[in-house]
Design a protein around this ligand. Structure first.
Ligand SMILES: Nc1ncnc2c1ncn2[C@@H]1O[C@H](COP(=O)(O)OP(=O)(O)OP(=O)(O)O)[C@@H](O)[C@H]1O
Ligand SMILES: [Mg+2]
Length: 508
């Protein structure tokens, strides 16, 4: 992963980072609010050793004091002095507890000792610090006194600075806790985002999609709230990003095989809810918009939706015609859209796979091929049932929907395997419900095109290579200008080229 990849991950997973940071900051605030404030009172002790009046004696006395200072700091933090202080001040605590509140530190190369005592009460902190220091003066005089001769002690301690009542608590440190929470949250958030990215095995980019499927990406349909509410787009005068994405898909479809474009196309996917029906309907509508006569067949007999999405009669349809219950004429329904006819699924039969794999189904599809320019077949998910694969084998090819950030890589690979196993042609893949925001955005700057309805082709090497090889027209050849394609002004994405709208009406 390079720096750009990291930035991309963070842009995609910014919610993870923000939520983790928020949780850490809230935890820091909670910790700060629930921590009982501690006050610290300090004294300073001066250690002096008795010595003669000569310079040597004074020097030795000073050294003696410095050496003692280190031992004294240990004694100050010891349990004996703690117990003596408790007795002296009549404190309601044990020696271990007091000992834990006391710290003593010797200042280097001096004979000074700083003593600090922490307590939840500021006055008690002061009293303990002063009482402990006084008790230590007493203790040293006892320790340093010669037990044999009873001579004056070798060293003595003076409380050089007494403690006063601390004005502010030393803990909790509000700002420090908040900053620590923020930093920890950011660190954890970024880690979590990277981890989630590593563990994410859904398809989110073209390279992965094309590698798994072995075919080109022929379209990317953005996630669109309106499409969710109203699955059939009204293409007339519509230059929204989602309408343009279907126009692009339409153009790419026609360029899949310039001389013999696929006309009976099965729309399928690995799993349920990946946008098959919505995409099938709008591919049909986009083709109808370009003056092609189109029939949309709902061959998903397990979970039919074309009748619901297009507000049609669902009871009589494909299954009825296949079982001989009605003629093809009877099941064809006019839709509210020009050039678009539909066949709903009909009543759910007990044996959809058998019905779809029957000779009757093949005959019906060829009759439809005769009557219409395009036959768009909505089907069931490939990993659930064999219906989609059976249909694909009897068509010109299948378009595989992959839901952005949802379809798992192995599911997609498995679905492609199912299609290849039955000898079906995989025309290409379509990303559905792609993110329209952030680093993984698949939306383009459609405003650039205005409403002139030119379709742009996303330059997928696989698709374009096929176009070129089938048109026998190398891209750099001067003859390329004879083609009805035009290279447009450079776009945001230099890989994109813009082409004029649809080619010829396909021959029957
Ligand atoms: N581009 C899109 N933007 C927003 N919502 C979408 C889009 N495509 C599909 N949806 C929504 O996703 C849901 C599933 O879509 P759809 O019914 O087309 O999927 P499906 O693959 O046909 O499902 P099933 O396997 O159940 O037949 C629907 O609620 C639909 O409105
Ligand atoms: Mg469906």
């Amino acid at each position: 992963m390079n720096l750009l990849d990291y930035v991309k991950v963070l842009r995609t997973r910014w919610i993870t980072v923000c939520v983790t940071m928020l949780v850490a900051v809230v935890a820091a605030v909670m910790y700060t609010l629930t921590t009982i404030p501690q006050y610290q009172a300090s004294t300073q002790l001066y250690v002096s050793a008795s010595s003669g009046s000569s310079i040597t004696d004074l020097y030795q006395g000073n050294r003696l004091s410095q050496e003692r200072v280190l031992s004294y700091t240990q004694l100050i933090m010891g349990e004996t002095l703690a117990q003596r202080t408790i007795d002296r001040l009549n404190l309601d605590m044990n020696a271990a507890s007091l000992k834990a509140r006391v710290t003593a530190a010797a200042k280097p190369n001096t004979v000074l000792i700083d003593v600090s005592v922490r307590d939840t009460s500021p006055t008690r902190a002061r009293d303990i610090a002063n009482g402990l220091s006084d008790e230590f003066v007493q203790m040293v005089s006892e320790l340093e006194a010669s037990p044999v001769t009873g001579a004056s002690p070798n060293a003595r301690v003076i409380v050089e600075q007494r403690a006063s009542v601390p004005a502010k608590p030393v803990t909790p440190k509000k700002l420090r806790n908040l900053l620590a929470g923020f930093a920890a949250g950011a660190f954890l958030g970024v880690g979590l985002a990277l981890l989630r990215d590593q563990l994410d095995n859904t398809v989110k980019d073209r390279e992965t999609l094309e590698k798994i499927t072995g075919t080109g990406l022929v379209g990317s349909i953005p996630l669109d709230k309106d499409l969710h509410k109203k699955p059939a787009i009204s293409f007339e005068g519509n230059s929204s990003s989602v309408a343009e994405s279907f126009r692009k898909l339409r153009t790419n479809l026609q360029f899949l095989a310039v001389d013999n474009p696929p006309r009976v196309i099965v729309v399928t996917s690995a799993s349920p809810g990946e946008g098959k029906s919505t995409t099938a309907i709008n591919i049909a509508l986009a083709l109808a918009e370009a003056e092609h006569s189109v029939v949309l067949v709902d061959a998903d007999m397990r979970r039919p939706s074309v009748d619901k999405y297009l507000d049609l009669v669902g009871a009589v349809g494909f299954s009825t015609a296949l079982s001989g219950g009605a003629s093809l004429r009877d099941v064809l329904q006019k839709t509210a859209f020009t050039n678009l006819t539909a066949i709903t699924s009909g009543a759910t039969p007990p044996n959809p796979s058998e019905l779809l794999g029957s000779q009757a189904a093949r005959n019906l599809l060829s009759q439809l091929r005769e009557q219409f320019d395009y036959v768009i077949v909505d089907s069931s998910p490939l990993l659930a049932v064999t219906d989609g694969a059976i249909l694909a084998a009897n068509s010109d090819g299948a378009l595989i929907m992959a839901r952005y950030g949802q379809t798992k890589r192995e599911q997609l690979a498995h679905a492609i395997g199912n299609l290849r196993d039955v000898g079906a042609t995989v025309l290409g893949t379509v990303f559905t419900m792609t993110s329209t925001r952030g680093a993984n955005s698949y939306s383009y700057n459609y405003g650039y095109y205005g409403s002139d309805r030119r379709d742009s082709v996303t330059k997928s090497p696989t698709v374009m290579d096929r176009v070129r090889s089938q048109a026998h027209d190398p891209p750099d050849s001067p003859d390329a200008s004879r083609d009805n394609t035009q290279v447009a002004e450079p776009l945001d994405d230099p890989k994109q080229v813009t082409r004029t709208s649809d080619g010829e009406r396909p021959g029957r």
